[in-house]
Design a protein around this ligand. Structure first.
Ligand code: FES
Length: 83
């Protein structure tokens, strides 16, 4: 799905960039500007930012769920292990 029409950024691009950035710095708090910079994109109208922020949050949660154990999170507290 296209998220940013100015830069042709897709939801998959955002997911990939979030994974890259979180691998480099697991404690990083990411905003659309950070993610777009990772993609070599430059925000223009910023109309996409509300959706981009939502997708970034979802990507961070996916990243933590996949790699939480490696990053020091207690696996018992990871979303997929909570009943
Ligand atoms: S739609 Fe993303 S910067 Fe314009």
């Amino acid at each position: 799905m296209i998220v940013c029409h100015c830069n042709k950024v897709t939801s998959n691009d955002i997911d990939d960039a979030v994974c890259c950035l979180k691998r480099e710095c697991p404690q990083a708090v990411l905003c659309p500007e950070d993610v777009y910079a990772e993609l070599g994109a430059c925000p223009q109208c910023c109309n996409c930012f509300p959706l981009a922020e939502k997708l970034i949050q979802e990507s961070v949660l996916k990243f933590v769920a996949k790699s939480g154990f490696e990053s020091g999170m207690n696996p018992a507290l990871m979303p997929q292990n909570l009943a």
